[in-house]
Ligand binder design. Structure first.
Ligand code: BGC
Length: 930
């Protein structure tokens, strides 16, 4: 065949033109080489990964960006939300297609799509555009599902087991509750846990199976013999007279074709068990379960298996279970297969229906308690013959798993303690009335493993009595339990004492972020103490992702608000009352969540309650000065009290200022200016009444100066003078802290701001009493309640109130991250970051990381000969102001080139002894000659 050259050329040329047109007008192809290196990952809904059964109908979405390119920004995003994975894969956002939205928002993005129905699944993904307007690939898909949105969706009844003995004893006990003081000395009454079950059959292929469950008391759910979910202490602690939460679990994989069985165990928990030092049955006495399994078959039909009168009940191996008292288990009474199909339950009794309370039933908005680790004993001692004490080497909250082999009927008793007596026996006096004792009766034969289900203790020693033979080290394993929040921080320096302070405060949080922010995990208290919570919250926010925890707890705080507008000292209410520094958590905590996560919804949701509190304060504060609210004062100060009216007015002024900022953030400028005016007046009255022209404060306490300075209550001319007075007071205290826990939070930041880093480090590294280091020298592995909970000279402090696991004095953690390492936010939500390390003391290096809502921030500084070196990285789509100690900008290099000419780095100014730079996202290495 003869080839026509001209025709061939024409063909080639037209082909090329055609391809060009195709590339030009097909966005996918035209971008083929122009795909952005910006990627979106860590997609979350309502701060959680793929949450199930939420009832927020306008949920908020967020993602994290990463890019190898410095100074990268997101210029836009597009979100698709689809009813099925198939539709999402085809990029059909049939619930919501946001279209391309310009801007750099990556968090708190409210879903405004089609109304969502109960049980609906929502699949979503996001595409982002970089600073050069190049689009990324679609992210990996994520999902959420809706819970039961309407009351009518609940088909389940409240069921429980009020057998004759249950009824008699529970009712008698309930009636006798007001007279507890008479019989408590003779012991409390604990009843066996009810076991509930029902079998049902499945005859068609199942597409999806979801269980929604809640209880009055704590529940554990089983399906075909397997535990459902990995949560503990569900449904959590609320004021059950007002609301109770339900959890949702996808159990599709657990359903069998043919016969299936559901089982549940109930225990007293917070509903009917010991709470604080209130005794038992504070909310009610009849334990109840409400659960429904929704089956969606492949053929499109649906079926519900719900708690109703067709279930049956009995008692089982768990003879007693109480959060504070402990658990008793008789393995001889186990019923193998009790939650499996085919189990013979003819001897079981019918269930009782109905509940004593009628709370709102809502989806759990937080993250439940989970197992987060194991602690292995380091040694065993035998202070008395046959009584063994396991030393775990770390104080924590959780329980012990027992490994034992022996005869049927052998009884092993476990008791828990934080400290030892001088004779090596366990010290339990500080547990007050918390019995903290678990017992296990062996069934005999093979090795038996047992871990209780419905109790937890605060401990580092486990006393084991009645053990058959001599136990090996692996007879006990510590199980760490706390609200399963993601760890977001890491921190390490060249100084072991500072590292230990950090470790101790982190363990304090692990032990006390337990469903609510508790004060302690061991004694008969464990309440949501508001003062402790607000003092520690900012530290906590570095350590863990606390947004879901406070989303949940702030509802408890509102539920506990008194009719007069005052927030209470504990939420849920455990000890009635209101005090300055405690009640104020109602304002300080939402503000902190806003600052750290840019969360405006928490403000919107709690704004009415906060405004009511400010009204309450205003009404009781003539002349803008507040008389004492409550009587706790600067709790646990060392002979250095601060007047109550001073503290109350200081917090009132702080609250008004925070309210102004929050009002502005949610688009209420008028309120914002009113609150600003209010705080201005309070500050004026405060200075006028409590501060002398020489900057001396009423009471002349360390905390007085710390509050005046730390809350920003003083005019500029008095600040310096008050600062001098503070230094005088520290010197008078022999260079020690004498503040209680309201003041201690501010000592390091205030000294840093005053430019007295030398004194700040002197206090931080101090090991004399009172100091953080003192407890560490006495062997502390957690933060203690008191500066002198134990001293070598005087032994234990008053056991009436002496916990070895209280996080309040751990509030120094905020300064460790924000100032020592130097990671902080500039404005809400870590969009603009401040990197401002403060080397001092004998520290030669420090490294820290914080996984912010916008992604990970890392800092590593070190002092090398005459150089200060800083490695820093900040996530894509953020910028940072970086402070580098240097005599001038010319002595600073970034990755070996003069910093001024390094890409992505801009010199801003000199400030005191630091050169101040602006960086865009990415990794940077600075070196500064001193
Ligand atoms: C708690 C504290 C709490 C205080 C109120 C104590 O029993 O453990 O941490 O804030 O009472 O003053």
């Amino acid at each position: 065949m003869k080839i026509n050259r001209d025709r061939f050329l024409k063909w080639i040329i037209s082909g090329a033109i055609g391809f060009g047109i195709l590339v030009l007008f097909n966005p996918d192809l035209s971008q083929a080489e122009e795909i952005s290196q910006l990627t979106a990952s860590r997609l979350r809904c309502e701060y959680r990964f793929d949450p199930l059964g939420i009832d927020e109908t306008r949920p908020r979405l967020d993602w994290m960006l990463s890019s190898p390119v410095r100074g990268e920004r997101q210029s836009g995003y597009r979100i698709l939300v689809a009813t099925s994975r198939k539709n999402l894969d085809r990029s059909q956002g049939d619930l919501w297609d946001s279209g391309k939205v310009s801007g750099d928002d990556t968090a708190q993005i409210v879903y405004p799509g089609k109304p969502l129905a109960s049980g609906q699944e929502c699949f979503w993904k996001v595409m982002v555009w970089d600073a050069k307007a190049r689009a990324s690939e679609w992210s990996e898909p994520a999902k959420w599902s809706m819970g039961l949105l309407a009351k009518e969706d609940w088909k389940a009844d409240w069921i429980g087991s009020d057998s004759f003995w249950h009824k008699l004893s529970r009712e008698a006990y309930f009636l006798l509750t007001p007279f507890q003081f008479l019989y408590q000395p003779f012991g409390k009454i604990y009843l066996p846990c009810p076991y509930l079950r029902k079998s049902f059959s499945v005859s068609k292929p199942v597409k999806r199976a979801t269980i929604y469950a809640t209880s009055l008391g704590i529940y554990e759910l089983y399906l075909n013999g397997e535990r459902v979910g990995e949560d503990f202490f569900t449904p959590g602690w609320t004021d059950y007279r007002i609301r109770v939460y339900y959890q949702s679990y996808d159990v599709t994989e657990m359903i069998r074709s043919g016969e299936n069985a559901l089982g549940a165990i109930l225990s007293d928990g917070w509903y009917a068990g010991n709470i604080a030092s209130k005794g038992q049955r504070v909310y009610g006495s009849r334990l109840r379960l409400k659960a429904q399994l929704q089956l969606e078959y492949a053929d499109g039909s649906t079926e519900i298996v719900a708690t109703d009168q067709s279930w049956s009940a009995t008692d089982g191996a768990i003879r007693e279970a109480d959060i504070q008292a402990g658990e008793s288990y008789d393995a001889r009474l186990e019923m193998p297969g009790w939650s499996e199909p085919g189990f013979d339950d003819r001897a079981w009794k019918p269930v009782d229906l109905g509940a004593e309370v009628s709370p709102l039933i809502q989806s759990y908005p937080g993250i439940p308690v989970r197992r987060t680790g194991e602690v292995k004993p380091v040694s065993i001692s035998e202070p008395k013959p046959g009584v063994y004490v396991f030393h775990l080497g770390q104080n924590f909250a959780g329980r012990a798993r027992l490994k034992v082999r022996g005869k049927r009927g052998d009884k092993v008793t476990l008791r828990f303690a934080e400290m030892l007596n001088p004779d090596g026996t366990i010290y339990t006096t500080n547990l007050r009335s918390a019995r903290a004792t678990d017992t296990y009766i062996l069934k005999g034969g093979a090795t038996e493993l047992w871990e209780p289900s419905f109790t937890y203790h605060g401990f580092q020693y486990v006393e084991v009595a009645g053990y058959p033979g001599k136990p090996e080290l692996d007879a006990i394993t510590g199980i760490v339990l706390h609200s399963g929040l993601a760890i977001t921080g890491s921190f390490e320096t060249s100084n072991p004492l500072v590292n230990k302070i950090y470790s101790n405060l982190l363990w304090g949080q692990r032990s006390n972020y337990f469903e609510v922010p508790t004060d302690c995990p061991q004694r008969d208290e464990r309440a949501g103490w508001m003062g402790d919570a607000q003092i520690f919250i900012r530290t906590a926010s570095y350590n863990m992702d606390i947004a879901p925890f406070f989303t949940k707890w702030m509802i408890d705080v509102d539920d506990a608000q008194l009719p007069d507008g005052a927030f209470q000292n504990t939420s849920p209410t455990a000890y009635a009352g209101k005090a300055a520094g405690w009640a104020d958590a109602g304002v300080i905590c939402p503000w902190t969540i806003y600052r750290v996560y840019g969360d405006t919804r928490i403000i919107e949701k709690h704004y009415p309650a906060m405004a009511k509190y400010l009204e309450f304060m205003k009404a009781r504060s003539p002349e803008d000065l507040s008389p004492a609210l409550g009587a706790y004062g600067d709790w646990l100060n060392i002979n250095d009290p601060t007047p109550q009216d001073f503290i109350t007015t200081a917090y009132y002024g702080l609250d008004a200022e925070l309210m102004s900022e929050m009002a502005q953030a949610i688009g209420k400028p008028e309120d914002a200016s009113q609150y600003l005016e209010m705080s201005g007046k309070i500050k004026e009255a405060f200075s006028g009444s409590f501060v002398s022209s020489e900057g001396g404060v009423k009471g002349d306490s360390q905390t007085g100066y710390l509050m005046a300075l730390g809350f920003g209550l003083l005019p500029a001319d008095l600040r310096a003078k008050a600062g001098e007075n503070l230094l005088r007071r520290i010197q008078e205290s022999d260079w020690c802290i004498s503040s209680g826990f309201l003041g201690a939070k501010y000592i390091m930041p205030v000294l840093t701001e005053l430019g007295r880093l030398d004194i700040a480090y002197r206090l931080l590294l101090n090991t004399r009493y009172p100091s953080w280091g003192y407890s560490i020298n006495q062997g502390a592995t957690t933060i203690w309640e008191r500066w002198n909970s134990y001293t070598k000279e005087n032994g234990f402090n008053d056991p009436g109130m002496n916990s070895f696991n209280h996080y309040a004095f751990g509030s120094v953690g905020e300064w460790l991250f924000s100032s020592l390492a130097g990671i902080d936010t500039d404005g809400p939500g870590f969009k603009n970051i401040v990197i401002h390390p403060h080397p001092g003391g004998d520290l030669t290096w420090a490294k820290a990381s914080y996984d912010s809502i916008r992604g990970p921030i890392t800092v590593f500084w070190k002092l090398e000969q005459d150089e200060f070196k800083l490695e820093v990285s900040i996530p894509a789509n953020t910028s940072a102001t970086v402070y580098i100690p240097a005599p001038g900008p010319d002595s600073v290099a970034e990755s070996n080139v003069p910093a001024k000419s390094s890409s992505g780095v801009k010199f801003l100014r000199m400030e005191q002894e630091s050169s101040v730079w602006e960086i865009g996202s990415g990794k940077y290495s600075f070196a500064a000659r001193q």
